[in-house]
Design a binder for this molecule. Structure first.
Ligand code: 5AD
Ligand code: SF4
Length: 428
């Protein structure tokens, strides 16, 4: 008999890709993805613990599906991901309807769950870098590829080193083999994934890995996330030299105030960050930059926040993800004095978002009239009479649907700029 699995995925790209790994592993055991949780024999929550809000979303959804066990007594429920690792006992105690808890280092056990009793799988997995997974990828043209796991940075606000463990890099040979296989199957783009990709180190370093991947000759190669401290001139040179690497970088700044950066344990100053950005923009004028900002880190004064505003205005990012600081138990910042009131965080966040909106529009308007190479992702979700794709610099572009399939590469002249996307016309 056919078996069905439904996966709720929260959080970052790492989690999205982990769900692809779980789905692929389960497909080997005869599972198909269910369209709704009501039809599933196994429901998996792939959770995120980065902020309280993400955790909340999971707990309330977990409560909402509890009744499904009454109508289907054979239904199994598994909690995977970062909340599973961090709050395993709490999940098991608070939710007796949960059968399995599996941390991010133990995804591979997902294939054996149906035969197992209520259990926790949260041990450190020293072999994670060597684990090969069957994958069920969402897209047939763009693929995520894990190159390293875990994080050693211990930014004082962050739970990730505790949930995903210490940094380990996958052997380059296995990464290269995976990407060669993707190319053979018609993939056009890969995004290399890791908590801190530029500290990748196996037999070769990150730049060495990029050179090997470039030789495979895919259309586009991207990577996330880079730590500003580890962004070397060798990496910047690789971005210039290697034709498959895209002209886009996500480089989390977190704050524009040096005192806050230091309390965050980020190990760079705002001036050092700017110097690196200056170097990149000098060598690749078309590069786009996006960033993450935390608002209301403990001790953030009005003048510290003003420094962040100043930074955002000075740098003019193409994209910014800004978050209110959220206390995470077990991290150093959680115990710090001078926690900032919620109302102050909310007000500062709004101010920053408004400033950034104008900047994005200005940056997008500067592209009107330019010709951009677009990789088509399919029909636009909001308007199926339109095609949607991305520039090499990762800007979203819509154009009238002309029948081009997913994965097609078109040259488009940009005619209109909006806040979140551009609109253009294919060059004939
Ligand atoms: N509170 C708010 N934002 C956080 N991030 C990480 N930890 C926290 C936290 N405790 C943000 C950082 C990081 C992004 C993925 O999430 O900006 O770059
Ligand atoms: Fe991803 Fe971090 Fe959330 Fe874990 S806690 S899912 S690593 S964003």
């Amino acid at each position: 008999m056919k078996k069905f699995v439904f996966i709720y995925t929260y959080g970052c790209q790492m989690n999205v890709h982990d769900s692809e790994k779980m789905l692929g592993t389960l497909a080997q055991e005869g599972y198909t993805a269910a369209t709704v949780p009501e039809k599933a024999d196994l429901i998996i929550f792939n959770t995120c613990a980065i902020r309280e809000k993400a955790e909340h979303k999971f707990y309330s959804q977990l409560g909402r599906i509890k009744h499904l066990k009454k109508s289907n007594p054979l239904l199994k429920i598994a909690v995977a991901g970062c909340v599973a690792q961090d709050s395993r006992q709490k999940v098991m105690k608070r939710a007796p309807h949960v059968d399995f808890v599996l941390g991010p280092q133990n995804l591979h056990v997902v294939g054996n769950l149906q035969t197992s009793k209520r259990n926790l799988y949260v041990d450190e997995n020293p072999d994670i870098a060597y684990q090969e997974y069957a994958m069920h990828r969402e897209s047939a043209t763009r693929a995520w590829v894990s190159i390293m796991y875990g994080c050693n940075n211990f930014c004082s606000y962050c739970i990730v080193p505790y949930t995903r463990g210490r940094e380990v890099s996958r052997p380059s040979s296995s990464i290269v083999a995976e990407i060669k296989g993707l190319k053979e199957r018609g993939y056009r783009e890969v995004t290399l994934l890791g908590q801190n990709v530029n500290s990748y180190r196996s037999d070769i370093d990150f730049v060495g890995l990029l050179r090997q991947i470039d030789r495979i000759g895919l259309e586009r190669v991207r990577f996330v996330t880079s730590h500003p401290r580890d962004l070397s001139t060798a990496l910047i040179d690789a971005l210039v030299e290697l034709p498959t690497l895209c002209n886009n970088l996500h480089l989390p700044l977190q704050s524009g105030a040096d005192a806050i950066l230091q309390a965050m344990n980020r190990k760079y100053t705002y001036a050092e960050y700017c110097e690196k950005i200056g170097l990149i923009r000098g060598k690749i004028p078309s590069v786009t930059l996006s960033t993450d900002i935390i608002i209301g880190f403990p001790g953030e004064s009005e003048s510290d926040f003003e420094q962040t505003v100043k930074a955002i205005k000075e740098i003019e990012f193409d994209g910014m993800f800004a978050f209110k600081y959220s206390k995470r138990k077990g991290t150093r910042a959680c115990e710090m004095a001078d926690q900032v009131p919620e109302s102050v965080k909310a007000e500062r966040l709004n101010r920053l978002l408004m400033i950034q909106e104008d900047i994005v529009l200005k940056r997008n308007r500067a592209l009107v009239g330019s010709v951009q190479e677009i990789l088509i992702e399919g029909a636009s979700e909001t308007d199926p009479s339109m095609l949607m794709g991305r520039t090499r610099s990762n800007k979203i572009v819509t154009l009238d649907h002309n029948g081009a399939p997913e994965g097609a590469v078109l040259n488009v002249i940009i005619e209109k700029a909006r806040h979140h996307s551009l609109h253009g016309k294919e060059l004939s």
